[in-house]
Design a binder for this molecule. Structure first.
Ligand code: NAD
Length: 249
């Protein structure tokens, strides 16, 4: 069953990890997808990989600086001009960190907030008028299980993901009347490059305590992003869906 037949989706950070799995899953379900990444080279590499897998997939790319509102707005306008609409926006790009508060460079804190929060606001701000005009749409944000529990260092990351929960619930309330659903997915520990950035001791400790007995795979997350983007979730908005095997830090 093609759950997203003829829908047009934009996925930020779609070149690898969870984002790439979302892009592939959306394409497999009949969507046309614009992959946003941070660099032209990585976007083109991802597009080549996808086109090799299935030349019939309708996939394009962009590399706006997500920290610049004007660039985000222009890139989304380009997608709208190309496909005629934007049905789904997935704000997936994000960075984490493990800095100690005692040596924390304020610039590092600001960099995390800029991508994980400000950029999400920018793309929501730019896409909402497009979705409103066409009669509706779906915005999906990427939170984290640490938005609930915090983490013992790198405070910008859980702070940014808690902000995403608030932004998601608030925009759902504001945009519901325009038939725009806004939800977030909160992954637990998932097997991507981000996992490699965490200290092994922390990964082992968390993995041992996961009731489902394993870390998440990108496909586990992509399946949740598929469900929430589809009409199967037509009455779900303002929710933060935990996809973490019931893990707790
Ligand atoms: P990843 O590092 O594999 O991929 C991150 C993506 O974000 C990449 O495509 C990268 O190009 C993009 N990105 C990074 N900096 C960017 C920038 N400045 N501009 C544009 N794009 C940029 O990470 P992932 O694990 O796939 O994470 C995806 C999302 O899931 C993130 O929001 C992350 O916070 C969240 N998350 C991941 C985990 C996990 O364990 N992997 C857990 C909880 C939440």
């Amino acid at each position: 069953m093609e759950l997203l037949k003829n829908k047009v989706a934009v996925v930020t950070g779609g070149t690898r990890g969870i984002g790439f799995a979302i892009v592939k899953t959306y394409l497999q379900n009949g969507a046309k997808v614009a992959v946003f990444g941070s660099r032209q080279e990585t976007v083109e590499k991802a597009l080549a990989k996808l086109r090799e897998e299935n030349p019939a997939w309708d996939v394009t790319g962009g590399w706006p600086d997500l920290g610049q509102y004007a660039q985000v707005e222009a890139a989304l306008a380009e997608v709208k001009a190309h496909y005629g609409r934007i049905d789904i926006l997935v704000n997936n790009a994000g960075i984490s960190g493990r800095e100690s508060l005692y040596t924390y460079d304020p610039a590092a804190f600001e960099k995390t907030m800029a991508l994980n929060v400000n950029a999400v606001f920018y793309s929501c701000r730019a896409v909402a008028p497009i979705m409103k005009e066409q009669g509706g749409g779906v915005i999906l944000n990427t939170s984290s299980m640490v938005s609930m529990y915090g983490q013992p260092s790198g405070v910008a990351y859980p702070a940014s993901k808690s902000a995403i929960n608030g932004l998601t619930r608030s925009l759902a309330r504001e945009l519901g009347k325009d038939h725009i659903r806004v939800n977030a997915v909160a992954p637990g520990i998932t097997r991507t490059d981000m996992l490699a950035a965490l200290p092994q001791e922390l990964v082992d400790r968390i993995s041992a305590g996961i009731p489902l007995g394993r870390v998440g795979e990108p496909q586990d997350l992509a399946n949740a992003f598929l469900f929430l983007a589809s009409d199967l979730a037509s009455y779900i908005t303002g929710d933060v869906l935990h996809v973490d095997g019931a893990a707790m830090t």
